[in-house]
Structures are given as structure tokens and as C-alpha cells.
Design a protein around this ligand. Structure first.
Ligand SMILES: [Mg+2]
Length: 263
């Protein structure tokens, strides 16, 4: 994998371009470089609790990008549901209002009906016992079980975390014995979605991120270039202990930009 052969970049957000409200070193300059050089890129987040518009507003507010192309795990999940269940599918959604609106806009009926085509679980920051009870009821009837992302926790500032989609699913799995089909990073559905969007083969696409088991694994297992940054979650020790070796490893986006300017 050679970085100079890449002509499309997939950027993670939290831990890669910002951490909470703090812009990480080189993030603004990297995006400015892509814009000036005419290099195409998108931002991809596994967080399905917010809409692309929420992220656009944040990237604008932080001065990182004016008109960013944002893809969330919710987009890939909508695409997967439409491909799997055909036109006008019905889904029971355990998710936030933005996720329900996103799936509805894609043509998925999210009303709570007696026989939905699938149960979809997202990073539901509005999770309630009633939703869990209804999901368990449907999963016990063998309705397909789909989850937007596998993350166990969502990091917050100050070292705190929130239980993420993977943890909500673990509860439903414990109650029913059913395991979800996870979409989002690092899975093949997401790699395929990115390649179709980019109009590029995998070996021309670089994935820049701070998480080993989502960002780096997405790239390594799907033939893309894995560009790790140490500005967020993963450490050199984590990499040494895992079987995943990024093709490139930088302290931050600033160091990646230095290398890109030299090539
Ligand atoms: Mg991240």
C-alpha cells in the first residue's frame, strides 16, 4: 500500500479531526490541503444517533470543513435494508429521532407494525425499557436483527463513555439468544458503500482513523489503505497486542499532511 496511489480519503471524526470540541493538530490544514489539491474525501462515523446535518454544523462551527460529505452507519444500514427486503420495507427501530428520520427519508416505514421486516438497533441515547421489551418480543418471533454499529461504548470528554449500540444489542442478545447483523465500520457492507460512493476501487482509498477494531480493521480487511492516527483511542501498545497492523501510523493528521505534501 503506497500513500501516493490514494485518491480518495475516508476520515473518521472523533479522535481523528476533533476530540469533543477541540480541533486536533493538522485537521483544518489537512482538509484545506485536500480542497486545494482537488483530492476527494468524506467523513464517516459509526455514530447513528445524530444526522449528517448535525455533523456538518459541528465541522463548520469548528472551522474544519465548510461543505463536508458525511456518511453515517445509518446511511449504510438504510441501504442494506432496502437491498435485503426490497422496496417499502418496514422496520421496528430502537434508535434516536434523527435515525428514524434518516431511515424514513430513505423509504423505510418505521411505524411500529405487527410484522416488521426487521428490527434495527442504533446508538439509541433515548433507549427505554418499553423499546427493549418490544424488540425482545419481535426478536423472539425470528424477525431479522440488524444493528447500525458494533461499538460497545462511545467516548466522551474527560475519559467518560456512554453505552453504544453494541451494548444495547448485548442486552437484547442476552434476552433472546439472537445475534444482530452489524453494519457500519469495519464490515463489508460499509466498505462496499464507500467504494460505490467514491467510484474508486479499494486500493485507491485511504481510511484515516484512531480506532483499531473499526477504522483500521475496515481498511485492512477490505483492501483499503489503513492510516492510523495516535490522536485518539489507539496506542502503539494496542497495535502491538492486536493482529492488526496499519499500513501507516502517524501521531496526528498534522504528520499525515507532512507526508502528503512530500509525495
Ligand atoms: Mg474515532
Amino acid at each position: 500500500m503506497a500513500i501516493k496511489e490514494l485518491d480518495y480519503y475516508v476520515l473518521d471524526m472523533d479522535g481523528t479531526v476533533y476530540l469533543g470540541d477541540e480541533v486536533l493538530p493538522g485537521a483544518r490544514e489537512l482538509i484545506a490541503f485536500f480542497e486545494e489539491a482537488g483530492i476527494r474525501y468524506c467523513f464517516f462515523t459509526n455514530n447513528s444517533s445524530k444526522s449528517a446535518l448535525d455533523y456538518t454544523a459541528k465541522l463548520k462551527r469548528l472551522g474544519i470543513a465548510d461543505n463536508p460529505h458525511i456518511i453515517t452507519s445509518g446511511d449504510v444500514t438504510a441501504d442494506y435494508i432496502l437491498k435485503t427486503f426490497g422496496p417499502s420495507p418496514r422496520a421496528y427501530v430502537v434508535g434516536t429521532e434523527p435515525l428514524v428520520m434518516q431511515l424514513t427519508a430513505a423509504g423505510i416505514d418505521c411505524a411500529d407494525t405487527a410484522f416488521p421486516d426487521c428490527v434495527v438497533v442504533g446508538f439509541d441515547t433515548t433507549y427505554r425499557f418499553e423499546k427493549a421489551a418490544r424488540a425482545v418480543d419481535l426478536l423472539r418471533q425470528d424477525i431479522p436483527f440488524i444493528a447500525t454499529n458494533i461499538d460497545a461504548v462511545c467516548p466522551l470528554e474527560g475519559g467518560k463513555v456512554l453505552p453504544d449500540c453494541g451494548s444495547i444489542c448485548a442486552m437484547l442478545t442476552h434476552a433472546t439468544g439472537r445475534k444482530p447483523k452489524f453494519i457500519g465500520k469495519p464490515f463489508a457492507e460499509t466498505a462496499g458503500y464507500i467504494m460505490r460512493n467514491a467510484g474508486r476501487p479499494a486500493h485507491n482509498i485511504g481510511v484515516v482513523g484512531d480506532r483499531l477494531y473499526t477504522d483500521m480493521r475496515l481498511a485492512i480487511e477490505n483492501g483499503m489503505c489503513a492510516i492510523g492516527v495516535l490522536s485518539g483511542e489507539m496506542t502503539k501498545d494496542d497495535i502491538a497486542l492486536s493482529g492488526l497492523k496499519p499500513h501507516y501510523l502517524f501521531d496526528s493528521a498534522a504528520q499525515l499532511l507532512e507526508v502528503l505534501r512530500e509525495t
